[in-house]
Structures are given as structure tokens and as C-alpha cells.
Design a binder for this molecule. Structure first.
Ligand code: PGA
Length: 244
């Protein structure tokens, strides 16, 4: 795992966006898997600005949503699909048919997940990931099997609580659909991105602590092309030893 540390959030955003533009220029038909949420918001805003200015194009790319909350109304703006659409896919020149997302209303969820994996096919060129306070990747909570595929999962209590900021109501999601760890770990290139002091502890454990399914993010360490991008706050504990 390459560790890239930045003095400021703006330098963190600038570098990740610059590398992403580079990947799209090198491979315009890049297949990308993306999270929604607070962490990537600044990166998406920068990519949308770049696309508007004509510095980058998503016209031949494919974007897959990493996960989706279940148990909400289809039009809930806190859903991954809508957040991603608002933050990025609807703000760049990505053709609508190239935006793939999970549908928790599908009456046959097992088949829906199989179809999603079939559409993912040979996997992703680039996987962008945030990290949960408990190390989750997408909705792969601690204990998720390393060979897991896209599936329905129950959210753990901390994840449910953290989701409160995405909803204007108190009907918080208890479950979701997520791309599995197998697909995440098989991606050609993985960027794990974290900002802010709240993530400092889990970043320290991910880099210096035990490699174990109890911290899914730690499983990225042996990946041949995984980079961890942290701003100064998220990387603040990296110079102290991790939990044994
Ligand atoms: P965020 O965290 O919601 O702070 O972006 C990422 C995550 O929980 O996966």
C-alpha cells in the first residue's frame, strides 16, 4: 500500500483529481467504481469543474456505484445513486447508460446482485474507496468474507448512526447492497481516501495494525496497486505505533 500524505485538504483533493484526470486521458474507457458520501465530495466537485472546463472527459468511461442503502423511498436524496448523480455523474459528460447503480427495490435481490457482478465483468480499472470509522469498505462491514460478491448486507450500529448526516429524516437505513470485497480486492488500481481527524484512528489501525477481516480496509495492504491518500488530520496518528 503506497501512503500519500498531504498538508492540506486542498492539496489532497488537487492530487487525487489530477491523477484521476491522468487515468482518464490514458484510458478514456476507464471502468470506475465510486462511493458517495462526505469524503469524496470535494474530489467530485473538482472533477466536475475539470469536465466543465474541458480538461477531462467521461464520455467513454463507465461508472458503477459501490453500494446502495435499502429501506428508503426510491427518490431519497441520501441514496448513493442520487448523491453520486448529483455530485458527479450528472455534472460531467458521462452518458446516462454508462452509470450503473444498485436497486434495492428489485423483488429478486439475489438475481439483481448477480446481474450487477455480471455487468462489472472483468472488474474495475480504478476503485475509489472511503473508509468507515470501523474500517468498512463500501458496506463491507467488519467480518465480511474476502471472497464476497455483490450482496445484501446488514449495516452495523455505528454505520447506521454515521449515515444520519445524509438524511433529512430519522428513518435511517438498516441494510444495503454492496459490491463485495472480492471485486474490490481484484480491482487493478485502488485508491483509499480519507480526510479529517475522525478517521485518524482507523487509518492508523489500517496501516500499522493487524491485517484482519475485523478491519476490512487492512485487507488492502497486500494489493499490488493500492494507494492511501490522507490529509494531515486523517494521517495524524501514523507516526505512532498501531494497535498490536
Ligand atoms: P464518509 O465515510 O461517509 O465519511 O465519507 C466513508 C464510509 O463510511 O465509507
Amino acid at each position: 500500500m503506497n501512503l500519500l500524505r498531504f498538508d492540506s485538504e486542498s492539496a489532497w483533493i488537487h492530487t487525487i483529481s489530477s491523477l484521476w484526470r491522468d487515468r482518464l486521458r490514458t484510458k478514456p474507457d476507464l471502468r470506475i467504481c465510486l462511493p458517495s458520501g462526505a469524503t469524496p465530495a470535494g474530489i467530485y466537485a473538482e472533477m466536475a469543474r475539470s469536465a466543465r472546463a474541458g480538461f477531462v472527459s467521461f464520455a467513454s468511461a463507465s461508472v458503477f456505484a459501490l453500494d446502495e442503502f435499502g429501506g428508503l423511498t426510491p427518490d431519497d436524496p441520501g441514496r448513493t445513486r442520487h448523491m453520486l448523480q448529483h455530485q458527479l455523474t450528472g455534472a460531467v459528460d458521462l452518458p446516462p447508460r454508462a452509470f450503473h447503480f444498485l436497486n434495492p427495490e428489485d423483488p429478486d435481490l439475489a438475481q439483481h446482485c448477480l446481474d450487477y457482478d455480471a455487468a462489472i465483468g472483468d472488474g474495475f480499472d480504478l476503485m475509489l474507496l472511503g473508509i468507515g470509522l470501523n474500517g468498512h469498505l463500501g458496506m463491507n462491514e467488519p467480518g465480511s468474507p474476502v471472497d464476497s460478491s455483490t450482496r445484501r448486507v446488514e449495516l452495523n450500529a455505528q454505520t447506521i448512526q454515521s449515515s444520519v448526516r445524509y438524511f433529512a429524516h430519522h428513518n435511517l437505513p438498516l441494510w444495503g447492497l454492496t459490491v463485495g470485497l472480492k471485486t474490490i480486492l481484484a480491482s487493478k488500481e485502488v485508491w483509499l481516501v480519507a480526510n479529517g481527524a475522525a478517521k485518524a484512528g482507523i487509518i492508523q489501525q489500517t496501516v500499522r495494525g493487524e491485517m484482519s477481516t475485523s478491519n476490512p480496509a487492512s485487507l488492502l495492504r497486500p494489493h499490488p496497486d493500492c494507494s492511501l491518500f490522507v490529509d494531515a488530520d486523517a494521517g495524524a496518528l501514523l507516526d505512532s505505533p498501531g494497535r498490536p
